[in-house]
Design a protein around this ligand. Structure first.
Ligand SMILES: [Zn+2]
Ligand SMILES: [Zn+2]
Length: 264
């Protein structure tokens, strides 16, 4: 019998005495923000001692319950968004290259200036294509199912899986499970998300991602990570490259036009 069963068995038949506060549940849903301090305090005490599955609300690792398939992302919509991003960026690259090559036509600039213009422009193109490839094909920080991320399984999730063993998702077990030590357990991906990781379940990609920033509808991808992880660096680098390409192309064009006006 776990804590919730005990509370249910005692409270209805209790005589009219001093009200007994319900025992806080370990690994339970946090529906009220005001309950968080009580749950956190209790969970910390339990975590300091060896985990007892019946006490803390987790099932034994030996009970290897088969997990349902991961939820399906909106692949068609994500693919359409990615195609728009690819076409848009290739079109911008094409315009930049055309303007640059027109600006460096023989007679407009010196040979050295033309070489610099070309080097800068093609470097920007290379960086933009690299960033685009990393955003579309790189891993933003998806939390994968491994023994380390799926165990221990919260008892509430295990009970739901036993009730609906053929369902293609965890059915009827409520919201995510929160634990101050293990983090939060996503009942859609069936993985633990590390505490303090800004992890989030993206409703478009249908995956949990650490250090989630936002889901970008332009690229059709989650944008997540830190300064050196995930795809956040490539996301900001491609924006910076776009600005750099705009201003450098503008400068090349002005230089070329002014060279035509220069009688010398
Ligand atoms: Zn998830
Ligand atoms: Zn996403």
């Amino acid at each position: 019998m776990d804590a919730s069963d005990a509370a249910d068995a005692v409270l209805p038949d209790a005589p009219l005495q001093t009200p007994v506060p319900p025992a806080p549940l370990q690994g339970s849903v946090v529906k009220e923000p005001s309950l968080l301090p009580a749950i956190t305090a209790t969970a910390t005490i339990v975590a300091a001692s060896p985990l007892q599955a019946d006490d803390v609300g987790f099932v034994d690792d030996d009970e290897d319950l088969p997990l349902p398939p991961l939820p399906r992302p909106r692949r068609a919509a994500l693919r359409a968004e990615s195609c728009i991003a690819i076409k848009t960026i290739l079109a911008i690259i094409g315009v930049v290259l055309i303007i640059t090559h027109l600006a460096i036509l023989p007679g407009s600039l010196s040979a050295a200036s033309r070489a610099v213009c070309l080097a800068v422009t093609y470097a920007e193109v290379a960086v933009a294509l690299l960033c685009l490839e990393r955003i579309l094909r790189g891993d933003p920080g998806t939390i994968k199912r491994t023994p380390a991320t799926t165990r221990p399984m919260p008892r509430r999730v295990a009970d739901a899986l036993r009730r609906y063993p053929t369902a293609d998702a965890v059915v009827g077990c409520g919201n995510n499970v929160v634990d101050p030590v293990l983090g939060s357990y996503c009942v859609r991906c069936c993985v633990w998300r590390p505490p303090r990781s800004k992890a989030h379940h993206c409703s478009q990609c249908q995956r949990c991602v650490v250090d989630f920033d936002h889901h970008c509808g332009f690229y059709g991808r989650c944008i997540a990570g830190g300064r050196t992880s995930g795809n956040v660096p490539f996301f900001f680098a491609i924006i910076a490259t776009g600005y750099a390409a705009f201003f450098s192309t503008l400068v090349f064009l002005i230089l070329a036009l002014s060279s035509f006006d220069d009688p010398g």
